[in-house]
Design a protein around this ligand. Sequence first.
Ligand code: ADP
Ligand code: MG
Length: 680
Amino acid sequence: MMRLNDDITVIKGIGEKTAAPFRRAGVFCVYDLLTYFPSTYKTYPEVSATLTADEGAYAAVAAPIKNISEHYAGSRLLTTASLNLLGLYVNAVWFNQRYLKKTLKPGIRYVFFGKISYKGKIPEIVQPQIFSLGDYEKLKGKKLPVYSKVFGLTDKMIEKAVINVLSEIRLEEYVPDEFLEKYDLTGLDTAVRNIHFPESDELLAEARRRLVFDEFFNFLMTQRLSVTEETKVKDSLGPFDISVSSEIKSALPYKLTNGQESALNDLLTDFNGEYITQRLIQGDVGSGKTIVAFIAMAVMAKNGYTSAIMAPTEVLARQHYEKFSALCNQLGLGIPCILLTGHVKGKARAKALEDIASGVPSFVIGTHALFQEKVQFNNLGLVVTDEQHRFGVAQRNALAKKGENVFSVVMSATPIPRTLALILYQGMNISTITEKPSVRKPLKNAVIDPSMRRNAYALFVKEIRAGHQGIIICPLVEPSENVEGENVEEYYEKMKQTLPPDISVGKLYGPMPADEKEQVMEDFASGKTDLLISTTVIEVGVDVPNATVIMIEDAQKFGLAQLHQLRGRVGRGDAQAYCMFVDTSGSKNPSKRLEVLKKSNDGFYLANADLKMRGPGDAFGVRQSGDISFKLADIYNDNQLLKQAAECVENILKDDPDLMSSDVFKRFIEDSAERTYLNL
Ligand code: ADP
Ligand code: MG
């Protein structure tokens, strides 16, 4: 029997070698595969015998090949097949497909499916997929899943693996019938089948509703189960002498904002309170959460306790480490800073582990490497989790459990309206920093269309000449046959040609090897790279105050919260900063979302605006991310389901606080806890 937590290599057709790209995409076990939801769907249209499609539209044409030729354009191999469409000639063109000339036979009729372009003299189908007439007939009209890709992983591979799993497994229902009825939810097994291979739009919508409910349900249930046992812990760490707090504040080159002050006060009051607490500090990008954590950690140290701060990425951890070390030196605090990430190896690692265990009150800074079994903390008093939406609840608790009773602070830049935050962070106290340091000039925003790119590039050059740096965001890593949009690979090449040669350009994306990614970020942070072309991986918390201009390509494809996070990468220093959203939709009416972003730089205002603005219509676009780590759910759009899931969790726990009544349920919860660890 296949189990959800089994390694993906149990799946027919996935060996060690094919497993690699799956793992790079975050798919480690069967469950991960089933919840690797399609990012969109495509339907193959009727075959047409003439060319009726508009420029840029997709079409399928059936035609014989008249002749086929190859030539090089720069380093790219171009294969061109001339198709005879009832006397009208159309070219099908492919890039770097070495085998095509040998396999495609002139005279034979194939179906070509691809994007139509009228730019040259002869109309073109660009990079079309090729089918035999029979194969195409079978595909036509079906809604087929399109998954987000990493190198070496194709839709076909994922589809096959999912089909193989679904033929062997039947998912157990764990939500009691009464709730399924009450909220009108489809069964779990049906929902999983239909999200991958929907027979209709209605079934797809039902499947999605159910799985969104599940994501909320799991999140809330895991959290509730872990919170109830911890809220009752008496605070035996205090009383705390908090005088170092004012010492640090008076030594800083700036004054804390009111929001920073009150968040810090909240924390210090917690420390001297009756119970151990967990606190969420919400503060927009650039609101200065780090220094608040730093001061709280210093108070801990001066009272004999070690604190740990956990960042979601290696780069961010290192950046914190450097800042913390510098501050400790400047302020003469005499608190040792210890870095522990996956990349700290050998002797350095042994030394770090020894120092952590020594019991000398210190600052331990790292990634999730911090809560491995081997890390022995001594006198741990506070755990800070930065940019928490990247971590699961179980991961956070694992670190908190390293100490008997440990304060926990979670810092998030995801602006969540208070009503939703109260549901999502049950059992936590919430502090919100609403303002940004006033020294900063507000970001200047513009929504531009592609024809204005030239002016945009000129602004980049101007800023770089003035000693600043820039960032360009593309939605894709590399050219894709199914998804339209700018990609980092080609953009990088283009910018190297477009910009003066002394401007150094770098590129960054998720599927790069970790070392390389880190190097790229280091080079950018240190000012070695002037312009960075990146996907949204740059989103998380990285602080490069010297970056003053960002341009987001295909901006209409991103969610509002994500766009806001992205532009938060610039304008962190004193200089004027700029953000340009490139709207490539071709639509005359500018996207509402972009208009709102242009108007306001305030994340909390935006979150509320977003809640009002978005209808259920745009649930499937490029995923609305940045909001905790849900795959499908969107806390704004799906807030109704969030409330229902919360109500459901409460009702179940009211009758059955330990979930003893249902085996299925217990197993499901245990399994999901196990998975959180599997995937580290
Ligand atoms: P975030 O809340 O996004 O994590 P950071 O903590 O990285 O923001 O702070 C962003 C920048 O603002 C840092 O360079 C930091 O030194 C600076 N900063 C923080 N607080 C203040 C303040 N009160 N006045 C001026 N600059 C500040
Ligand atoms: Mg931060």
